[in-house]
Design a protein around this ligand. Structure first.
Ligand SMILES: C[S@@+](CC[C@H](N)C(=O)[O-])C[C@H]1O[C@@H](n2cnc3c(N)ncnc32)[C@H](O)[C@@H]1O
Length: 454
């Protein structure tokens, strides 16, 4: 009988213990937080990349949602989390300590804001730290710090001052200078998750009833709770799309009329283009990013709307006949959207503001040349910074004596306090209160309506 020859013993690979349940989700959340804070990457794109990757392929939907929730809350409250951690670490955060900082931040986010049992939050953060050679020697320290945060959570939460503790210094200073006492209300509102608002093609009251949504005084609808959007009535037939109540105001202010030729100069992904097209205008949607314009086309297809698209830098757009109206939703720091994009607070800075303001100036000047005599221009940004809003338009009007402001009225926008004395729109995130305060708020937007002499 043939006996298999005995092979010499080979060294066996070290037995790889399977990850504890819940650990892969913590790993990805910590990685996303580190990508935002250390590499200034955008949170949404980072999460999409990680959750589309091989390490998430076998992950259940519940865990995927947990990755998003942990990373988003850790970034949204990173200021307060850092303060709570450092107050409990005598020698500060050790340098060159690998995953330590992001594991502590995501652990603290779970302890303070998420519905995760304390023991699971701490245990998984420590396992994560132990899995990294550079961090493992701090496991004891991390354990002590997180346990203290768990014990002291009520006092920590009660003591948070959103402006002083939970807003990066560069923004806290700017908002205090621009908005005085309202800066504290802005910071507090920015710390909340945004509601889901919808823009309907037509008949908001009927859709409010069908969707059991709130009909806001601005003309948008607000869902009472988060839900799977494709399952809602009207999604398949393209009756509505998701768009913050403030973001829906600028296109309405342009008052698009059927047949008018309107350019949307920074159009993708197309929320405002859809409003213009739904009103019957002949829209040219311009964006310099072809991938983003592709998303716009997909969105228009779902909504059954036809628009012409052009992937070009708006500064190079050539249109000898000009346009009846132009919407310029310019690229900006997006500091009015921290409820949705809390990473902006940590990935942008004043140098970005200077660069973007200069681009906005050039785009505004270009828009003026593309407008027919008598044409309308709505300029808007989702920024709270006056350099991108009020100051930008004041300087534009000084450069262009052939253009004038067409003041916006409270009746048009439905939020009287959002109209400035000079007739511009300035929404602040704490506005739009109503009985169900959990659902209050809107993005911080600025818009001005301008006309070119006929
Ligand atoms: C604020 S987003 C537009 C959002 C869009 N209006 C909406 O409502 O869905 C700004 C857009 O401007 C585009 N952009 C930036 N610089 C541009 C330029 N010079 N010309 C054309 N598009 C530009 C960006 O690719 C980005 O899609």
């Amino acid at each position: 009988m043939h006996r298999p020859s005995k092979r010499p013993d080979r060294p066996r690979p070290p037995a790889q213990a399977p990850d504890a349940p819940g650990l892969p989700a913590r790993k990805l959340a910590a990685e996303a937080v580190a990508a935002v804070l250390d590499e200034r990457r955008a949170l949404d794109e980072t999460l999409d990349r990680l959750l589309d990757g091989p390490r998430a392929s076998a992950m259940e939907d519940r865990d995927r949602a947990l990755v998003r929730a942990i990373a988003t809350v850790a970034i949204r409250h990173f200021g307060a989390i850092r303060k709570a951690l450092l107050a409990r670490m005598k020698s500060g955060m050790p340098a060159q300590s690998g995953v330590l900082a992001s594991a502590l931040a995501t652990g603290a986010a779970q302890l303070l804001w998420l519905d995760v049992p304390d023991h699971a939050a701490v245990d998984l953060a420590i396992r994560l730290i132990q899995s990294d050679r550079r961090a493992e020697r701090y496991a004891g320290l991390a354990n002590a710090v997180l346990r203290r945060i768990g014990r002291e959570k009520d006092a920590i939460l009660a003591a948070i001052d959103p402006l002083a503790d939970d807003t990066p210094e560069w923004l806290a200073k700017r908002w205090s200078a621009a908005y005085g006492a309202d800066a504290a209300r802005i910071a507090a509102a920015q710390g909340h998750e945004a509601s889901v608002d919808l823009t309907v093609k037509a008949d908001p009251q009927a859709w409010a009833a069908k969707l059991d949504a709130l009909a806001l005084p601005t003309g948008s609808l607000r869902l009472r709770q988060r839900t799977a959007l494709p399952e809602l009535p009207g999604y398949a037939e393209g009756a509505w799309w998701v768009q913050d109540a403030a973001a829906a105001m600028p296109a309405r202010l342009l008052a698009p009329k059927p047949g008018e030729r309107i350019a949307d100069l920074c159009a993708a992904p197309g929320g405002k283009t859809a409003q213009l097209a739904a009103a019957g205008a002949a829209v040219l949607a311009v964006d310099r990013s072809e991938p983003r314009l592709k998303r716009l086309r997909v969105n228009m297809e779902r909504l059954g709307l036809t628009v012409e698209t052009r992937a070009v830098d708006a500064l190079l757009l050539d249109e000898p006949d000009g346009f009846d109206a132009i919407l310029l939703d310019a690229p900006c720091t997006a500091t009015g959207t921290l409820r949705r994009h809390p990473d902006v607070a940590w990935t942008k800075d004043e140098a970005d503001l200077v660069k973007l303001a200069s681009l906005q100036t050039r785009l505004l000047d270009k828009a003026a040349t593309l407008l027919r005599p008598g044409g309308r221009l709505v300029y808007c940004v989702c920024s709270l910074e006056p350099e991108e809003g009020e100051k930008q338009v004041a300087a534009f009007l000084a450069r262009h004596p052939d253009c004038a402001r067409a003041p916006i009225t409270a009746e048009e926008v439905g939020v009287a306090e959002a109209v400035t004395p000079s007739g511009d729109l300035r929404t602040l995130p704490f506005m739009l209160p109503h009985d169900e305060s959990r659902l209050a708020g809107l993005d911080g937007f600025y818009a001005a309506r301008l006309v070119k002499e006929g």
